[in-house]
Design a protein around this ligand. Structure first.
Ligand SMILES: Nc1nc2c(ncn2[C@@H]2O[C@H](COP(=O)(O)OP(=O)(O)OP(=O)(O)O)[C@@H](O)[C@H]2O)c(=O)[nH]1
Ligand SMILES: [Mg+2]
Length: 425
């Protein structure tokens, strides 16, 4: 499974953080999450160090006085890599690696590694490779030295010095453009499926990684998508029929979770996977109620706004309530009267299903149309786009009363003009 590992193999990492404007609690929480990321990669955490300093050192990120102390800890704890809970410049990474004689990775690299490991489908693999290539581009000068070429990585060529870097750069440029083309091709296929989905009501699960989105997906659609207690188990989008009897049909999609400081290369590369979110009529924001979720909620809002999906209606779903003390749960319910509280493993799933149904019921509108008999082959389309409340075969045409979301009704009008006539009721 290591063929996708780009930054060399390490097993015991020292985690470092620079506490700048954050509170000590924020720095600790973030480092805790970095530790979960490292564990998700199958590595161990040797130790954690937080330096409190008013500003970043431009060349070494940390204060220079701290560097030798860190080196000592590296020896004592037999750590074979250093992971910094921040984004480092290529120059800072290079300088720190020279000082400590260990690979130095930042948070972005760790997330890229996890994505590379967990990618299963061809599309996810291409997207992660694109994100890696874009991340590598400005860092070639420092990276080619310790890239594990035997393992292939993304296939950087052999050689030495400046010429080597220029070769690699050219290779990456070509590779990036090829990857973009291939992803576009897959995106086109996806668009064909999307056309079919447009007639349905689309609900998409969003939220922080490990909140329980895939578990909710499985419960609501009786499917078997991968559920695991680790970060970024899901990297692909899966869409399943949720409500067979509801008209229009309701589809539910599960997709990649979010995390604080999600690398922008990833958001860009996963544009097509994330499009299921952008196209949704309703987002189910799954929140792990047993975690420090305020930060997670904020991150989810940020990513949604980054994706221009912040205008889609959201239903908050507090999950894992089996892990929340009763008193705390009561407060949470009071503070969030419009949210749904569930334990995807045990309880509340039916209530969630009803909330989704009533969300759509409330927003649906009704229109009455008259359809020419010559166009009666369109009736099956009408049944796809809407719920048919009544149908009356009259002399002048077929009189139908339809209920659906306003967007669906206008798509239907557009689709059937001029063969339908709207009748004022
Ligand atoms: N106790 C408890 N655990 C839950 C509940 N729902 C999900 N889990 C567990 O939480 C872990 C993560 O669940 P997933 O459904 O994979 O979470 P996800 O949001 O899809 O995660 P990613 O795809 O990695 O972003 C798994 O171990 C689930 O069994 C719940 O209601 N209660
Ligand atoms: Mg998942």
């Amino acid at each position: 499974m290591d063929e996708n590992r780009l930054f060399g193999v390490w097993e015991n990492a020292l985690l470092l953080s620079l506490q700048l404007e954050q509170t000590s609690q924020e720095a600790h929480q973030s480092l805790e999450e970095l530790a979960s990321l490292v564990v998700s990669l199958g590595a161990k955490v040797a130790d954690r160090i937080i330096q409190n300093r008013p500003q970043i050192h431009p060349a070494y990120f940390f204060g220079t006085g701290k560097l030798s102390q860190i080196k000592e800890v590296l020896h004592q704890k037999c750590a074979d890599a250093v992971i910094v809970d921040a984004s480092l410049t290529p120059k800072q990474t290079r300088n720190l690696e020279q000082k400590w004689k260990r690979p130095v990775l930042d948070r972005t690299q760790v997330i890229l590694e996890i994505f590379a490991r967990n990618a299963r489908t061809r599309e996810a693999k291409l997207q992660i490779e694109l994100a890696q290539a874009e991340f590598l581009m400005p860092r070639l000068a420092g990276l080619w030295k310790h890239l594990d070429r035997e393992r292939g990585g993304i296939g950087v060529s052999r050689g030495g010095g400046e010429k080597q870097i220029e070769n690699d750069r050219q290779y990456l440029r070509r590779r990036i453009s090829k990857l973009r083309d291939e992803i576009k091709r897959i995106e086109k296929e996806r668009n064909t499926q999307k056309k079919r989905r447009v007639q349905c009501l689309n609900v998409s699960l969003v939220g922080y990684t490990n909140a329980g989105k895939s578990t909710v997906m499985n419960r609501l659609t009786d499917s078997h998508v991968l559920v695991e207690n680790r970060l970024f188990a899901t990297l692909d989008s899966t869409t399943r029929l949720m409500e067979e009897d509801f008209r229009p049909k309701i589809l539910l999609s599960d997709t990649v979770g979010f995390i604080k400081n999600l690398p922008h290369e990833l958001v860009a590369a996963f544009r097509s996977t994330l499009s299921t979110i952008r196209d949704a009529d309703l987002l189910l924001h799954v929140i792990d109620a047993s975690s420090d979720f305020e930060d997670h909620i904020q991150t989810t809002h940020q990513v949604l706004s980054q994706m221009d999906a912040d205008c889609i209606p959201v239903l908050k779903v507090f999950n894992k309530i089996d892990q929340v003390p009763l008193a705390q749960l009561q407060i949470l319910r009071k503070l969030n009267p419009d949210s749904v509280f569930i334990s995807a493993l045990n309880e509340g799933v039916e209530e969630l299903r009803e909330s989704i149904g009533s969300f759509f019921e409330k927003r649906m509108e009704t229109m009455t149309i008259r359809l020419d008999y010559q166009q009666s082959q369109n009736i099956s389309d009408i049944y796809q786009y809407s719920r048919v409340d009544s149908i009356d075969y009259q002399e002048e045409g077929i009189l139908m009363t339809l209920t659906s979301l306003p967007g669906n009704l206008s798509r239907l009008r557009h689709h059937l003009t001029p063969s339908i006539q709207e009748v004022m009721s």
